[in-house]
Design a protein around this ligand. Structure first.
Ligand SMILES: Nc1ncnc2c1ncn2[C@@H]1O[C@H](COP(=O)(O)OP(=O)(O)OP(=O)(O)O)[C@@H](O)[C@H]1O
Ligand SMILES: [Mg+2]
Length: 272
């Protein structure tokens, strides 16, 4: 654990931001080469539980591999990786804002235009990941991993479960409620799985309710009327868009590029 005022490489720790399942996150500042505000994510590899230990190590390795390659307005800027025997640190731009889950918990549901804006930003980040020559799948798109800034922009964080498509891994990873049906049934994870998760992020933002856990969630996936009911009050075109994202057939879902275009179009139509 880091203390306020502690130095780590060319950064100083200023406060603790939170503790996730696999790491602690601090806010800090660079002390040389400018004074950028940074987020310092600390993975502690020491744990008596072997499976937890290997999970942390793998998350850190995933971030270490992917994060330095990232350069996009809807992803945090990369600064550094620092590694010791027992710990790993991922240092990226500190995004001024609040994650979408806390935002909804505190302020309540999000309006349709705001949600179109936020999910558009996230789909832009996903388009960047998915359209790379060596495509990257985020694999953990959920409200906790989306930071919303005071001016309403959204930044997609946490590449701890990300994987390159070229690695050809099949694995049942993700977060219950957002994990796609193909991932949970056969470990299949592709760009389409991120789109599925984003569909449920939209649903969460509008209803303020977490998606149901596993079995009921799959039933809901097929339950068109249920989805329509939950999204009552939203324009038909937006409902159609969300429905296409959570389609149980991965190939019927839009690509991130298509989705970004459609969300932008919807947003402009609603706000002009
Ligand atoms: N770059 C950042 N800027 C601002 N806040 C951040 C940043 N990175 C993380 N956070 C905050 O810290 C929380 C946890 O970060 P992150 O998701 O990276 O950790 P985690 O341990 O993987 O969490 P979990 O395992 O629960 O998903 C986020 O939900 C967010 O509120
Ligand atoms: Mg996270």
């Amino acid at each position: 654990m880091l203390k306020n005022g502690e130095r780590l490489g060319r950064y100083v720790v200023e406060s603790r931001v939170g503790k996730g399942a696999s790491a602690r996150v601090y806010q800090g500042r660079a002390v040389t080469g400018g004074s950028a505000r940074v987020s310092i994510k600390e993975y502690d590899f020491y744990d008596r539980d072997v499976s937890r230990r290997s999970l942390r190590k793998r998350s850190f390795e995933a971030e270490k591999r992917a994060m330095p390659l990232m350069d996009h307005a809807n992803l945090p800027r990369f600064y550094d990786i620092i590694e010791t025997d027992r710990k790993g640190y991922v240092i990226v731009e500190y995004v001024d804002g609040i994650n979408l889950r806390s935002h909804v918990d505190r302020e309540g549901r999000v309006s349709e235009p705001q949600l179109l804006f936020v999910t558009h930003d996230v789909s832009q980040a996903l388009a960047y990941l998915h359209e790379r020559p060596d495509p990257l799948v985020h694999a953990d798109v959920k409200p906790d991993n989306i930071v919303v800034t005071p001016d309403g922009r959204a930044i997609l964080i946490d590449l701890g479960l990300s994987r390159f498509l070229s690695d050809g891994l099949t694995e049942k990873v993700g977060t219950i409620g957002y994990i796609s049906c193909e991932t949970i049934s056969s470990g299949d994870i592709g760009p389409y799985s991120d789109i599925y998760s984003l569909g449920w992020v939209f649903h969460f933002g509008y209803t303020g309710r977490r998606p149901l856990t596993a079995p009921a969630h799959w039933k809901r996936d097929a339950d068109r009327q249920g989805l329509d009911r939950d999204l009552d009050g939203i324009s038909g075109e937006s409902i159609e868009l969300v429905r296409s994202c959570v389609d149980s057939d991965p190939f019927k879902r839009p690509s991130a590029v298509e989705l970004a275009n459609k969300l932008k179009h919807r947003y402009e139509k609603l706000t002009n």
